[in-house]
Design a protein around this ligand. Structure first.
Ligand SMILES: N[C@@H](CCC(=O)N[C@@H](CS)C(=O)NCC(=O)O)C(=O)O
Length: 90
């Protein structure tokens, strides 16, 4: 069960002090969603993990295995996706 839970958990690649990440976190909190946080290195050259999942080095990036979302970037898209998928009207 623990494995299943960790496999299905939302994951967020983020950077401390990133306002676009804060916007996504606010939405995750608002919808009471749990997520696993991955802090990316400040240097773009070292952001290999986020590049692997999303094909670019910017953050935030959301992964939602339960819905086949492998590496969504752009905070506005992520916020809209969360609202559509987990919001009151979902
Ligand atoms: N339009 C993007 C902007 C995100 C952004 O600028 N994130 C910064 C950190 S706050 C970053 O990682 N930038 C990567 C870059 O400059 O390539 C969004 O809304 O998600």
């Amino acid at each position: 069960m623990a494995l299943l839970r960790s496999v299905m958990t939302l994951e967020l690649y983020e950077l401390e002090g990133c306002p676009y990440c804060a916007k996504v976190i606010k939405k995750l909190d608002e919808l009471d969603l749990e997520y696993e946080s991955h802090m990316v290195p400040r240097s773009h050259g070292d952001r290999t993990e986020v590049e692997e999942v999303s094909g670019q080095t910017g953050v935030p990036v959301l992964v939602d295995p339960e819905h086949g979302v492998e590496g969504m970037s752009e905070s506005d898209d992520i916020v809209a996706y969360l609202e559509e998928t987990y919001g009151a009207g979902a």
